[in-house]
Design a protein around this ligand. Structure first.
Ligand code: HEM
Ligand SMILES: *[C@@H]1O[C@H](CO)[C@@H](O)[C@H](O)[C@H]1NC(C)=O
Ligand SMILES: *[C@@H]1O[C@H](CO)[C@@H](O)[C@H](O)[C@H]1NC(C)=O
Length: 322
C-alpha cells in the first residue's frame, strides 16, 4: 500500500471509525513525515538557515517573525511568501509586513537546496516552521520538536494580514484577544512576545512612546532612544527590541519591561499594572520557565490551521503557485 492510497482513501475511513468512538482524529502532522520521502530535509534546511544567520545574526529574529506573520494569516501555509499576481493580493505589501518583514530570500534559498535533493516533496510552510526553530537554537534560544506535513496555500490574504496581525500600539486586552482568535492563551501571547529578546524595530513604530513623557517609560531610556529617533525624519532608524542583549535569546526582555524599558507600546503594556504583569515577572525571574513556555507556544503557533493532504500544494518556488 502506498502512502497516497492510505492518506486519501483509508485514512478518512479510519478517522470516521475513530470518531464513532469519540476519539479525535487530528493526526495530520507528524514528526516522521519526510522520513521516507526526504530523510535529509531537516538537515539540509538547518544547514541553509545556519549559513544565513552566520552571514547576518539579525536574520534569526527576522525568520522567527516571518513564521509568526505567516501563521496568523490563513494559518501556517506559507501564504506570506506569495508574490503579487493578477489573482493574488500579496501579504508582503500589507501594513505590518511592507518594508518590515525580512528573510524571504533565505527561505527561498533553503527551498532551492531541498528541491535539488527531493523535488516536489517538502512544503514552504514546513521550511518556515523549521527555520524558526533552527533560528531560535542558533542564537541561544530553546529548541522544540517540529511536527511536519503542512502544505502550501494557493491563496494569500492581504486584508487578513492587515486585520489579524497585532499592532505595536495595541493595549493588552487587544493583544490577548488577537492571540485568542488564533487559539493562543494570554500566557502564550506573553511567552511569544519574548521573541522580542532579539531583533530590531524602526523608529516610526516607537516614536510616540519615547516622546510621550508618560509614567510607563523610563525617562533616561526614552532620552537615549530619542537620539537615534528624532521627532521628524529617521523613520527607518533601528533600535534593539532588547536593549541589553539584542543578539541573544534570553529573558532580559522581561527584565526590561519591569524597568519600563520596553521599546514598543505593545511590549510595555504586558507589564503596566494589568493582568499579564505576573507572567512577565515570573519569566524575568525564571528563564527556564520562559524557555519551556516559549517552545510550547511556538509549537502551538506553528500548528494554526495547517493545510494537509489535498487541501494544499507543494510549491516549486515559495513565491508562486505552480
Ligand atoms: C504581541 C504582539 C506583537 C506585536 C504588536 C509585534 C510587533 C512588532 C513590531 C512593530 C516589530 C518591528 C518591525 C519593524 O520595525 O519593522 C517587531 C519585530 C519583531 N517581532 Fe514582533 N510583535 C508581536 C509579537 C511577536 C511574536 C509572537 C513574535 C514571534 C514569536 C515576534 C517576533 C518578532 C521579532 C523576532 C522581531 C524582530 C525582527 C527583525 O529584527 O527583523 N513578535 N514586532
Ligand atoms: C544531509 O545534509 C547535510 C546538510 O546539507 C549534509 O551535510 C549531509 O552530508 C547530508 N547527508 C546525506 C546522507 O545526504
Ligand atoms: C517630552 O519631552 C521631550 C524632551 O524634553 C520634548 O521634546 C517633548 O516635546 C515632550 N513631549 C510631550 C508630548 O510633552
Amino acid at each position: 500500500m502506498n502512502t497516497f492510497n492510505f492518506f486519501n482513501t483509508l485514512f478518512p475511513i479510519f478517522c470516521l471509525l475513530l470518531s464513532l468512538f469519540h476519539v479525535p482524529c487530528e493526526a495530520q502532522l507528524s514528526f516522521t513525515f519526510y522520513d521516507r520521502t526526504c530523510p535529509n530535509a531537516t538537515a539540509i534546511i538547518r544547514a541553509s538557515i545556519l549559513r544565513a544567520i552566520s552571514r547576518e545574526r539579525r536574520m534569526a529574529a527576522s525568520l522567527i517573525r516571518l513564521h509568526f506573520h505567516d501563521c496568523f494569516v490563513q494559518g501556517c501555509d506559507a501564504s506570506i511568501l506569495l508574490d503579487e499576481t493578477s489573482t493574488i493580493q500579496s501579504e508582503k505589501t500589507a501594513f505590518p509586513n511592507v518594508n518590515s518583514v525580512r528573510g524571504y530570500q533565505v527561505i527561498e534559498a533553503a527551498k532551492r537546496e531541498v528541491e535539488r535533493v527531493c523535488p516536489g516533496v517538502v512544503s514552504c510552510a514546513d521550511i518556515l516552521t523549521l527555520a524558526a526553530r533552527d533560528a531560535s537554537v542558533a542564537v541561544g534560544g530553546p529548541s522544540w520538536n517540529v511536527k511536519l506535513g503542512r502544505r502550501d496555500s494557493t491563496t494569500a490574504s492581504r486584508s487578513q494580514a492587515n486585520t489579524d496581525l497585532p499592532s505595536p500600539f495595541a493595549g493588552v486586552d487587544a493583544l490577548i484577544s488577537s492571540f485568542a482568535n488564533k487559539g493562543l492563551s494570554a500566557r502564550d501571547m506573553v511567552a511569544l512576545s519574548g521573541a522580542h529578546t532579539i531583533g530590531q524595530a524602526q523608529c516610526f513604530l516607537f516614536r510616540s512612546r519615547i516622546n510621550s513623557n508618560g509614567t510607563d517609560i523610563d525617562a533616561r531610556f526614552a532620552s537615549i532612544r530619542r537620539r537615534q529617533c528624532p521627532q521628524t525624519g529617521g523613520d527607518a532608524n533601528l533600535a534593539p527590541l532588547d536593549l541589553v542583549t539584542p543578539n541573544s535569546f534570553d529573558n532580559n526582555y522581561f527584565k526590561n519591561l519591569m524597568q519600563r524599558k520596553g521599546l514598543l507600546q505593545s511590549d510595555q503594556v504586558l507589564f503596566s499594572g494589568g493582568s499579564t504583569d505576573s507572567i512577565v515577572s515570573e519569566y524575568s525571574r525564571n528563564p527556564r520557565v520562559f524557555a519551556s513556555d516559549f517552545g510550547n507556544a511556538m509549537i502551538k503557533m506553528g500548528e494554526i490551521q495547517p493545510l494537509v493532504r489535498r487541501n494544499g500544494i507543494i510549491r516549486r518556488t515559495c513565491s508562486a503557485i505552480n
